[in-house]
Design a protein around this ligand. Structure first.
Ligand SMILES: Cc1cc2nc3c(=O)[nH]c(=O)nc-3n(C[C@H](O)[C@H](O)[C@H](O)COP(=O)(O)OP(=O)(O)OC[C@H]3O[C@@H](n4cnc5c(N)ncnc54)[C@H](O)[C@@H]3O)c2cc1C
Length: 469
């Protein structure tokens, strides 16, 4: 009998499998698709030689993840590559606020009225970042925090709605940049703990940047899978798990799936019936003839570029997709230009680039025109550079990955209490009513993103149980 079977080879499933295997447990992993990776994959979606990331591309959470940093992933080919700037937020007048690796440079881009406020906000947290990131990514804690004082300080700044955090700043451009950071997890700007989201992304930029993986996000998954195999773990692809009986006998089953799928497969009835799924995205992967012709020079050298002219515009776009059931006229967009840091992603002189805007869960329209109108506002002439595009709305997202229920790329709304306490109000989010069945996907804390920390935390719950029995 195996010690553990893991279902789903996304970053969390792979990390859970690795964590168990490196502690001497026998592990087999089963993945529905023909390649491992889930939300960390790379494919030639448009033209030959253009290597696109259908899902994640920028890795502030990956490079800062305590779980990944403890694994020898560099020996298995993972290399982080940095654009000159982690993130730029351009404005229609051609200026930009930026997140730079340096706090001073970032503060300077915020202008003299806000520079000091920003430094006072981030510098004390940054000084204790490595312990802080361990502590908050392990919430709810099963042991004492490593640094309770800094965690409390982070809680005080992070628990209020992001609209409170923005009030500390005078310049609208700074407020807008923070609104954009919060919108990465599709949370309403006025929601509980949304300040923490903005802070985490800003602190990540200063601590270790927002890199891409050389060759694409698939490199993260391939490194985890190769390490798992070296540790003796088995990886089975093209194997969609429909019932627990499909799987070999094991002492523990760990699911990198949505709570809905887990309940169906493991016969947990309506245990997760109250779990809410959130809005979706409409994403376009572009093959470009040259770099994006951003008006703001900062945007040309940034790995990630946020598109939203004002806090109000971003708020309106988020509300449209998450509350009003309609697509935004001016979508807030996250765009990533991996080939700024990694020219190997496209033929010489060419670029890969992606952009997405938020749309309601299950929405069936086409947002291409609205997305490109927005891009033209900040990068006139963009359309002339397009060689090919691959579009994906909620239905295509859900077909790519069963965890994106209705196209929700966060595998569950990251709003209200569910931002912090997911998938249920419980101190044991990785446990289920079935003593041998565990959940490790981004439906558990610390939530969406390629960081493997849900897998790491779930593996800890599993190995504690296995050592007891
Ligand atoms: C468009 C988009 C852009 C994103 N951008 C970023 C970004 O830039 N940076 C970032 O950090 N994050 C980003 N994310 C989010 C990130 O990709 C996810 O949060 C992350 O991949 C979640 O990891 P996971 O292991 O929980 O699940 P997933 O990565 O979703 O993996 C789940 C895996 O389980 C498999 N599976 C599901 N059901 C079954 C079953 N029944 N049987 C077998 N296998 C099954 C799926 O096929 C999949 O491979 C993005 C996501 C999307 C979609």
């Amino acid at each position: 009998m195996l010690d553990a079977v893991v279902v789903g080879a996304g970053p969390n499933g792979l990390t859970a499998a690795v964590e168990l295997a490196r502690r001497g447990f026998s592990v087999a992993l089963f993945e529905a698709k023909s390649t491992v990776g889930g939300g960390a994959r790379t494919e030639e979606l448009t033209l030959p030689g253009f290597r696109h990331d259908p899902c994640s591309a920028a890795h502030p959470l990956g490079v800062n993840s305590p779980a990944f940093r403890a694994l020898p992933l560099d020996r298995y080919g993972l290399e982080w590559l940095h654009a000159p700037l982690p993130m730029a937020h351009p404005f229609p007048d051609g200026t930009a606020a930026v997140l730079s690796r340096s706090v001073a440079e970032t503060a300077a881009s915020f202008g003299p009225r806000d520079a000091g406020t920003y430094r006072r906000l981030v510098e004390p947290l940054l000084a204790r970042w490595d312990t802080l990131v361990q502590d908050f990514m392990s919430l709810p804690l099963t042991a004492l925090p490593r640094d309770p004082v800094t965690l409390a300080r982070f809680g005080l700044a992070g628990l209020p709605p992001s609209t409170w955090l923005m009030r500390r700043f005078k310049d609208d451009r700074v407020k807008t940049l923070f609104a954009g950071l919060v919108a990465h997890v599709m949370a309403p700007l006025g929601g509980l703990a949304t300040s923490a989201i903005g802070l985490v992304f800003a602190l990540s930029a200063h601590a270790r940047g927002w890199p891409v993986a050389r060759g694409g996000s698939q490199a993260v998954s391939d490194a985890l899978a190769a390490y798992l195999r070296d540790l003796g773990g088995a990886v089975h692809t093209d194997f969609e798990v429909k019932r627990l009986d499909d799987l070999p006998p094991a002492r523990a089953y760990v699911f990198d799936t949505s709570p809905a799928a887990l309940a169906r497969i493991a016969g947990l009835g309506d245990y997760y019936a109250n779990y809410r799924y959130g809005p979706s995205v409409f994403k376009i992967d572009y093959a470009l003839d040259g770099p994006v012709p951003w008006t703001a020079p900062e945007a040309r050298i940034a790995g990630t570029v946020q598109i939203g002219a004002s806090q109000a515009e971003i708020g309106t776009a988020l509300r449209a997709a998450s509350r009003e059931g309609r697509a935004p006229e001016r979508p807030f967009m996250i765009t990533v230009q991996p080939s700024v840091a990694d020219p190997t992603r496209a033929p010489e002189g060419k670029h890969v680039f992606w952009a997405y805007g938020h749309v309601p869960n299950g929405w069936s329209g086409d947002l291409t025109e609205a997305i490109e109108r927005q891009l033209e506002r900040f990068a006139p002439g963009f359309r002339d550079r397009v060689l090919a595009r691959a579009t994906a709305g909620p239905a295509e997202m859900a077909a790519r990955n069963a965890n994106y229920v209705g196209g929700d790329i966060a595998c569950g709304a990251a709003s209200g209490l569910q931002l912090l306490l997911r998938p249920k109000l419980s101190l044991f989010p990785y446990h289920t009513p079935h003593p041998a069945v565990f959940l490790c996907s981004s439906a558990t804390p610390p939530g969406p993103g390629v960081h493997g920390m849900s897998g790491h935390n779930a593996a800890k719950a599993v190995w504690r149980r296995l050592r007891q029995s």
